[in-house]
Design a protein around this ligand. Structure first.
Ligand code: NAD
Length: 265
């Protein structure tokens, strides 16, 4: 089996990556930076996001595994002292492949169309002033938004930024996107629903810029600023991210442990 390691870049993560390579060589796993079958992320959830974007072109051909160096992550379930066990599992066992939806974001700009993907969410904010945008669902006007921003999250990302702005937690087996508001202004001109909206896999939304404005666009942890956005189409991507599971790592256990602090005895 071919693999690649993406580490957070701090000393501990680099040392663990080195240890992983040594154990992998001893167990017959082959390091392959170009066409790996497995992507091992060593660090935290942010490192897994980085690994996803590094391998986004081949995302449906690879399976991801997360090793965390701090507290239990949403994407990283293996602990630093479990590397031996993980490598042995990889060498000797077939993993269960779990597939989670990702978001597709198509930007219509003055210079043409570009397509991006997000594992957690796409976020849109105004840079200089509040964001002013029209939101259409399935090509029909839904609402006129004015406020700090809009978060369009995947089910995996529903526990991240989306949750902080009051969105619902969605199980990743539900192919969907959630649109959540960040501090919307409501008056006679701009009126929004006020609650988040969940779109099924076969629906899409367009966010149409309603004035000349500099916009900050975030695809997970990656930020860009543009002043030539005409509209942005968000939909559930046609392909998914795959995670390799060698032991159970259920979504609701992660939610409970991360937010409620209860551990299963
Ligand atoms: P980071 O890696 O430090 O992540 C920030 C925090 O979000 C960490 O505690 C991480 O464990 C947690 N996190 C990431 N993905 C998660 C998920 N799917 N479910 C639950 N928790 C998750 O910072 P970064 O590298 O800049 O990561 C970018 C992410 O930070 C974005 O995708 C966004 O979801 C999140 N974020 C959150 C807020 C907020 O909650 N107010 C604001 C901005 C960004």
């Amino acid at each position: 089996m071919n693999y690649v390691v993406v580490d957070r870049g701090d000393q501990l993560s680099q040392e663990l990556a080195q240890r992983f390579h040594t154990l992998a060589a001893e167990n017959g796993l082959k390091r392959d930076e170009e066409t790996p079958e497995m992507v091992i992320s060593i660090g935290g959830d942010g490192t897994l996001l980085q690994a996803f974007h590094t391998h986004v072109e081949r995302v449906s051909e690879v399976a991801f595994i997360g090793v965390h160096t701090g507290h239990l992550g949403f994407f990283a379930d293996w602990q630093a002292d479990e590397l031996d066990e993980l490598v042995k599992m990889m060498a000797n066992n077939e993993p269960r492949i779990v597939r989670y939806p990702i978001a597709q974001i198509e930007l219509d700009t003055d210079t043409g169309l570009t397509t991006h993907f997000a594992l957690n969410e796409f976020t849109l904010k105004g840079v200089d002033n509040t964001l002013v945008a029209q939101i259409d669902i399935n090509d029909e006007l839904f609402e006129m938004f004015r406020g700090d921003g809009i978060v369009v999250s995947t089910p995996s990302g529903s526990t991240a930024y989306n949750k902080s702005v009051g969105g619902a937690v969605i199980h990743p087996s539900i192919e969907s996107l959630q649109i959540a508001e960040i501090a919307s202004i409501n008056n006679r001109v701009y009126r929004t629903l006020g609650s988040s909206v969940v779109l099924p896999q076969h629906h899409h939304c367009d966010i149409i810029s309603r004035k000349e404005q500099r916009l900050q666009l975030s695809f997970d942890h990656l930020n860009i600023t543009r002043n030539d956005i005409r509209s942005i189409r968000c939909s559930v991507a046609g392909h998914k991210i795959c995670f390799a599971r060698y032991r159970p790592f259920t979504f609701w256990n992660r939610v409970r442990e991360a937010f409620l602090g209860y551990e299963v005895k």
